[in-house]
Design a protein around this ligand. Structure first.
Ligand SMILES: Nc1ncnc2c1ncn2[C@@H]1O[C@H](COP(=O)(O)OP(=O)(O)OP(=O)(O)O)[C@@H](O)[C@H]1O
Length: 516
């Protein structure tokens, strides 16, 4: 038995689990062979350990027996291997002391690159020889004012997260953001469903035990799925328990802007001091750090200092951390020290529940049927769902008509027409069925004859390639199949495209029809 068997086991688990399940529970496990011949899988924390022991241990053992043979399969040991700073410093150099960090010339390219500075607007020394901040930056930030004490105008170009209050941030005597929390994002009004259950549970735990439970808590998922809401709910809850807590929420662009400004003003130590003094630091959309080396370095040191001090960090991102291109490996690995959880697009019942709740909050009576109609049509994310509901409510106010499914259909006519033009699983199924002259119901049926099974596999592959749906969602949309069937279909069609010219041609034609 060797780690090879574990690697085979990993491959199999990857094909059996959804991506987010695999990323959350299996990917963080570190495997090593112990001298006594046991295979030890180390989880980054107790939560992951318990989950893996309860839910996946049996399957892992089965697979090890399958690959190594019953006699040779090793005994399995599960353990927690907390990362600590001694280890960390062996893995990468310790953060340099403040004084030895590189001196930054505000004119250098690095600052320009980090900030989006547009050459040509000039950066001059003023008469006293101080850097004069008479600059213009491209979106997302505009830096204005003359002289040393400029003011930062936040995100003129619509880049400010929708939820953050627009307000000026004084940078004169150092940075001070206040909590910046939006009080309407609470646990109370967050609807829990299968798609966000784990993220919700982890966020609750962090709110109850900041700095202790999972640090950092890393929440990732597509746009408008509630990452900011959950993160801010933790902050609000922490402040409720302890009104003196210094909880700071900010968008990652603000962190970059603060750092650039501090460099300009030769005040990087103030920047460090401020960010290291918080009890909890909540940073949204950290994919924005990609490619910004200086920011990442600064963030890395901040991150280490906060973790060491037991101060809580919550980060959100639009993708799994290891998949962020342009992000240093040492940051990616540290993000995995806490708990990384995904939020998926909400399933139908959750969408219905969210709509009913939002309507209720607006003082509107929304029948289940009307909510169901909207939820069935708008599947992409919660922000779009809210947008559709607002439109229906506004229309009902203007016309004085009651909200019924027919009224909803009428109110959302344009939106639905537009949506029909976009590629989604429904129209993939329709077009594939027409192309192969079969019925949509055949695609969804249990029939396995080749005349139906092959088009079904083609449709699943197209759904994977042209939509953002996960394998479990695709399987589900094709008559309640599971994600391994979807995965098999996609692999099969990929293989056939190399060996079967008919399939290759069909696939090309269908792609053309769907995308033009
Ligand atoms: N489960 C939920 N229950 C109630 N409201 C929700 C839920 N999920 C999302 N929302 C609402 O949807 C809207 C968008 O959520 P949010 O801003 O948190 O998304 P996000 O994942 O941070 O997206 P982005 O990456 O675009 O910032 C918010 O108004 C939020 O309150």
């Amino acid at each position: 038995m060797s780690l090879e068997h574990w690697n085979l086991c990993l491959q199999r688990l990857q094909s059996e689990f959804s991506t987010s399940q695999f990323n959350t529970w299996i990917r963080p496990l570190q495997a090593e062979m112990l001298p006594n011949g046991e295979l030890c899988l180390s989880a980054p924390n107790r939560f992951v350990l318990d989950w893996v022991s309860n839910k996946y241990q049996t399957r892992i053992k089965e697979l090890l027996s399958e690959f190594a043979g019953d006699d040779l399969a090793p005994a399995l040991k599960l353990a927690v291997k907390a990362q600590n700073f001694a280890q960390a410093n062996q893995m990468s150099p310790p953060p340099p002391p403040v004084s030895s960090e590189p001196a930054i010339n505000p004119l250098n390219n690095e600052v320009a690159r980090e900030s989006g500075y547009r050459p040509g607007f000039g950066l001059m020394d003023d008469e006293e020889g101080s850097p004069n901040a008479d600059l213009e930056f491209e979106a997302p930030l505009t830096l204005s004012g003359t002289g040393l004490r400029g003011e930062l105008e936040p995100y003129e170009q619509g880049q400010l997260p929708l939820t953050a209050p627009k307000r000026k941030v004084q940078v004169e005597g150092g940075i001070n953001h206040g909590a910046n929390l939006n009080n309407s994002f609470t646990f109370d009004n967050f609807i829990e469903g299968k798609s966000n259950q784990l993220a919700h549970a982890a966020a609750l735990q962090v709110a109850e035990n900041p700095g202790g439970a999972y640090n950092p808590l890393f929440i990732y998922g597509g746009v408008g799925l509630g990452k900011t809401h959950l993160m801010q709910a933790v902050g609000t809850e922490m402040m409720r328990h302890n009104p003196n807590a210094k909880v700071v929420y900010l968008h990652s662009e603000r962190f970059v802007a603060d750092m650039v400004k501090a460099l300009q003003l030769n005040a990087i130590n103030d920047f460090k001091r401020y960010y290291r003094s918080v009890d909890a630091l909540l940073i949204d959309d950290i994919q924005f750090f990609a490619g910004k080396d200086r920011t990442q370095e600064e963030f890395f040191h901040t991150f280490n200092a906060l973790l060491e001090g037991g101060q809580q960090m919550i980060l959100t991102c639009d993708r799994y951390p290891k998949e962020i291109q342009g992000l240093e490996d040492r940051l990616k690995s540290r993000f995995g020290w806490g708990l990384t959880v995904a939020i998926e697009p909400p399933e139908l019942e959750t969408r219905v529940a969210i709509l009913m709740r939002k309507a209720d909050e607006s003082g509107i009576k929304l029948s289940y049927d009307s909510a169901f109609f909207i939820a069935q049509k708008i599947r992409s994310n919660v922000r779009e769902l809210e947008g559709a509901l607002k439109r229906v409510i506004a229309n009902s106010h203007f016309t004085g008509r009651a909200i019924t499914p027919d009224f909803v259909r009428e109110s959302l006519k344009d939106l639905l027409a537009l949506q029909d033009k976009l590629v989604n699983i429904d129209n993939i199924q329709r077009i594939v069925a027409e192309y192969y002259k079969i019925k949509i119901s055949d695609l969804l049926s249990k029939r396995r004859s080749r005349s139906v099974a092959r088009p079904r596999q083609v449709a699943m592959s197209l759904a994977k390639e042209l939509t953002n749906h996960s394998l479990p969602e695709i399987g589900d949309a094709f008559g309640g199949r599971d994600h391994t069937t979807a995965l098999h279909a996609i692999r099969k069609i990929k293989e056939l495209q190399d060996t079967d010219s008919d399939i290759r041609e069909d696939y090309k034609q269908l792609m053309r029809i769907l995308t033009t």
